[in-house]
Design a protein around this ligand. Structure first.
Ligand code: ATP
Length: 290
């Protein structure tokens, strides 16, 4: 038997790091939104008690370093499942890009195995497994628009964003999230924090222009120091006229927001000549409805 789940990417509209915790993780406040750029995760039951991972892209580990592997292992242990599984991941989300591709694959694996093995997991038990795999996995279980706090594992749903286009521009470099957080630790405390509460209020009002104005990511300056292209991409998107522009997660992907289709087309064409990986995508109300 096989079960297929889509694994959509996310963007961060607001990302604040409050500090490093005793356990080594960082205390964060993030507003995240699911977008319709998605990997495909197929889980097939195997008679042998083993976990096999196949990924369609280079640089994606196919052993126990893969987040999908870790999710499958935790589920097998928690629910004493003896059957095995082959997880085939068709990668469409750029890797190490700040779009939570690996985390979303893990979340899709949790949803898929719940169906494949008819476990009947509650949302809370899915969140519990997710939190053990990685900080962004919990958000990716349901997706949509949400505030993530703690180290990212505490999820509070928010109303959907006003409809808009998201233009993603991924420079031809990959960035390690762990490395960016290490460099954030070494810097003096940032004087300015993104106003996460004002972003939540703007989303509640459905105020698109305020959402654009309030976009903020405390990690942006750190990654920009390493990847000079980010500033160039932002400046070029600004010249073309995106209403809001920000780096997602630990980067290096930059996104621009617009509600106008003609502007989306101009951004898409203008940025394509500038960077190899450019996408125009929409928001998704839920990770399960992509
Ligand atoms: P985030 O925004 O959550 O920080 P990211 O988009 O920056 O994540 P990912 O694409 O999730 O980064 O990949 C980060 C690293 O995780 C990769 O370099 C890879 O070694 C590892 N990894 C583990 N599982 C996966 C997976 N299923 N897909 C992609 N990368 C994976």
């Amino acid at each position: 038997m096989r079960v297929l789940e889509k694994a959509p990417a996310k963007i961060n509209l607001s990302l604040d790091v409050l500090g490093r915790r005793e356990d080594g993780y960082h205390e964060v406040r993030m507003v995240m939104a699911t977008i319709d750029l998605a990997d495909r995760v197929e889980c097939e039951s195997l008679a042998e008690d083993e976990i096999i991972i196949r990924a369609s892209a280079p640089y994606v580990p196919e052993d126990d370093r893969n987040f999908a592997y870790q999710a499958a292992k935790l589920i097998k242990e928690k629910y004493s499942i003896r059957a095995g599984v082959r997880v085939s991941i068709d990668k469409r989300i750029p890797v190490a890009a700040g779009l939570a591709g690996g985390s979303s694959d893990a979340a899709a694996t949790i949803r898929a195995l719940n169906r494949l093995w008819k476990i009947g997991m509650t949302y809370e038990s899915m969140l519990d497994i997710a939190g053990k795999v990685g900080s962004d996995v919990a958000f990716c279980i349901k997706g949509g628009t949400a505030l993530a706090t703690g180290r990212g594992e505490k999820i509070s749903p928010l109303p959907p964003l006003p409809p808009c286009w998201i233009i993603l521009v991924k420079p031809d470099v990959s960035v390690s999230t762990a490395q960016i957080y290490r460099e954030w630790d070494d810097q003096p405390a940032p004087a300015l924090h993104p106003d996460v509460d004002a972003m939540i209020a703007a989303i509640a009002r459905g105020d698109f222009l305020a959402i654009c104005r309030l976009l903020g990511n405390t990690l942006e300056a750190v990654t920009m120091n390493k990847v000079a292209e980010i500033a160039r991409i932002k400046a070029h998107m600004n010249r073309i006229g995106a209403e809001g522009i920000l780096m997602s997660g630990s980067g290096p992907t930059v996104f621009g927001l617009t509600q106008r289709e003609s502007k989306m087309q101009r951004l898409l064409n203008g940025m394509k000549g500038y960077c190899p990986q450019v996408y125009a995508v929409r928001l998704c109300r839920s990770a399960e409805l992509v």
